[in-house]
Write a protein that binds this ligand. Structure first.
Ligand SMILES: O=C(O)C(=O)C[C@]1(C(=O)O)C=C[C@@H](O)C=C1
Length: 98
């Protein structure tokens, strides 16, 4: 049910749970690309790429603005998302070559 049509907290929470499940599926896919990056990057120092991090965050903030989501909140989320991705990619880089 669309958020604007919700009349009860039960309806709201069903919608939130469904959105969270969809987000987790997308995160699983995004993290899959981090495993691919860890496999492809030969140099461990290349795991962190500040220019690309900035570009990814800028794109997310712009997409959020178009969709009417507060840009400052998305910038904060993407800071955490990309830093978490870097940590995961670094861990995978070491695991693959361990
Ligand atoms: O684009 C890359 O090089 C990635 O490894 C992906 C990613 C990301 O989370 O989008 C992660 C680490 C880099 O710092 C930049 C971006």
């Amino acid at each position: 049910m669309e958020p604007e049509l919700c009349r009860t907290m039960k309806e709201v929470r069903l919608g939130v749970d469904a959105a969270d499940a969809a987000l987790i599926a997308l995160l699983a896919r995004r993290f899959g690309y981090m495993r691919a990056a860890a496999r492809i990057k030969q140099d461990r120092d290349a795991v962190r790429d500040e220019d690309r991090k900035q570009a990814v965050t800028d794109a997310a903030v712009e997409a959020a603005r178009v969709q009417g989501v507060p840009a400052d909140l998305v910038a904060r989320l993407w800071e955490d998302l990309v830093e978490t991705s870097i940590a995961y990619e670094d861990r995978e880089w070491a695991r693959i070559r361990g």
